[in-house]
Every structure is written in C-alpha cells, then in structure tokens.
Design a binder for this molecule. Structure first.
Ligand SMILES: [Zn+2]
Length: 312
C-alpha cells in the first residue's frame, strides 16, 4: 500500500502527516509557521518539519500532497494570491521547493478545495457526486464538487466562495470589493459585530480581547447575543441558498470550529437553508457538519495527489 506525505499549510501552523490509501494518518506533527512574525519563510519551516518527520518514519512516501492557504496555481504549485497578510507567502514556489528537497512528485491545492476533496474521499460526502463544502472560520472558504469532480476553473483557484458578493452596497473587503460573503458569514464577522460595539461588550461583561466564536456562543442566553447570532446564521444561510440554486448539490457540509455546535448552529442553519431554497432544490438536500475537522486539508491534499497520479 503506498503512503503519501500530506502537508497542510495554514496561516498560523503547518500540519504534516504520512497518509495511507485509506486515509489513515500514520504519523503526524504540527508546527507554528508564524512564530517570528513570518521572518522565517513559511516554506523553510515546512521543509524542515517534513525532513524531521521522514527521518522518524520507516515508511517511504511515493509523493507529496500539499494543501495551502491562499490562491494556488495548481499547474505550477505556486502561491499567486493571498487574502490575508502573511509576509513571504505570495510567490512561494511550493511544488518546486519540496520537489527539490525530497525528489518526489508534488501536487498543491488550495486548503478549502482540499477540504472538499477530503470530505468527498474520506468524509461525510463520500460517494456523493454533487457536494458543497463551506468552511466557516476567520474567513469563509469553500469547495464545490460537481459531477464527482472538484470545480477548479482555469488556474485552479475556483470555488472562492468567501468572495462571492452578496451585497454590492455592502462592507468593504480586503480583497478590494464590497459585500463579499465572508464579510457577513465568517466567524470573523460575528466577532467583529461584538468588538465593534464596546457598550454591548461591557454590558455582557466580556473583555474586548477575549471575544471569539466560543465565548459568543457561551453567552447565547442573553437576548442581544441570541439576536446577533441569529442574524449571522441568516447571513450564512442566504449565501448558501444562492450557491444551492447555482449548483443543486445533494449535500452541503459545514466545516470550521463552529460546526461542532450542532444544536445551536448547524440545526438552525439547516432549517433556514431548507426553508429558503426553492422547493425542488431543498428536496432531499442534506445539510450537516463536515466530518474530518482539522484533518480535512491534510487528507484532501493526499486525495488530490492520488487523483492527479492515478497509478501511484
Ligand atoms: Zn472579498
């Protein structure tokens, strides 16, 4: 059975693991990539950790599957766009650096697209040919599986649903546009709703520096918090309903840390999506939390490698 080296590069940490054909992670390790404010290039940290992991392992991988944050040109394995502000990341030649270091074939794919493939190959979208995977975090990421294949577009950067514009008069977005879905539907947006209202925070007794998704959900018994969260779930549901009408998926999977909140988040989101989508789109549509959690990128990166190298 062939083993791959899977690498999931995020904005704050990299996770590297050896993954077999069934999606089992044999050995893995995580390390910060932002420890010195990105003075050390992310790829320097990644290459060092990959080398250490390979030294520890008796398994010899046949290839390297990388999932990485940012817009990734899948043909060259290069970072061609970054939504957030990481120094030394734009222009990183991920495939070339790893190929030279380890003399193995390398594939690189965006992390949200990887998560969608991971769910399709090893997670809750297994066996589904039409799936939408929406990852709710600091921003909103996504991957769209249509007729069994990931929608990648011309350069492999398709499926960027966080910058799908839902309000053309809306809030400015760091991408340069206005009203992007992630300005409303991300956990980051929910947190901003509270950090932007110091009087409300004071009333709730939450220090401004301690606001995050979990803290907000812990205060749901307060009517003002319930109203804000309800409005936030509304925003997410409208964005997803738009996508449901375009792609007609059979399953919508919601990822990100907040998706662990089944009763207080997934259930109301499911009800809003199913009641707002047009009848024939909502019929038999499944809306659930994604299954793979923190391993989605790692496993999806390996799934993508195997799709690209079917004889490995
Ligand atoms: Zn945007």
């Amino acid at each position: 059975m062939s083993v791959l080296l899977g690498i999931d590069i995020g904005g704050t940490a990299v996770k590297i693991g050896l993954v077999d054909e069934t999606g089992r992670i044999l050995l893995s390790e995580t390390r910060s990539v932002s420890f010195d404010g990105y003075k050390t290039p992310i790829m320097t940290t990644v290459t060092a950790l990959a080398g250490e992991l390979l030294d520890k392992s008796s398994e010899k991988p046949v290839g390297i599957g990388v999932s990485a944050t940012g817009q990734i040109d899948v043909h060259t394995g290069t970072v061609i766009g970054v939504g957030a502000h990481f120094g030394n990341w734009l222009g990183s030649e991920i495939a070339e650096i790893l190929g030279n270091a380890f003399h193995l074939p390398v594939t690189v794919i965006n992390d949200a697209n990887a998560a969608a493939l991971g769910e399709q190959c090893y997670g809750r979208a297994k066996g589904k040919d039409n799936a939408l995977v929406v990852t709710i975090g600091t921003g909103v990421g996504g991957g769209i599986i249509e007729n069994g294949r990931l929608i990648q577009g011309q350069r492999g950067i398709g499926g960027e649903i966080g910058h799908y514009i839902i309000d053309f008069d809306g809030e400015p977005c760091p991408c340069g546009n206005r009203g992007c879905f992630e300005r409303y539907g991300s956990t980051g947006a929910l947190v901003r709703r509270f950090t932007g209202d110091p009087a409300l925070l004071a009333e709730l007794g939450i220090p401004a520096g301690e606001v995050n998704g979990k803290v907000i959900f812990d205060h749901l018994s307060q009517p003002a918090v319930q109203a804000a969260v309800d409005h936030w779930i509304d925003c997410i549901s409208f964005g997803i309903v738009g996508l449901v009408h375009i792609f007609n998926p059979e399953i919508v999977l919601i990822g990100g840390g907040i998706s662990r909140e089944e009763e207080r988040f997934i259930r109301p989101l499911r009800e809003k999506i199913l009641s707002r989508a047009m009848e024939q789109f909502a019929k038999d549509l499944v809306v659930e939390a994604a299954a793979l959690g923190n391993n989605a990128g790692l496993l999806g990166a390996c799934a993508y490698f195997r799709q690209m190298h079917e004889n490995f």
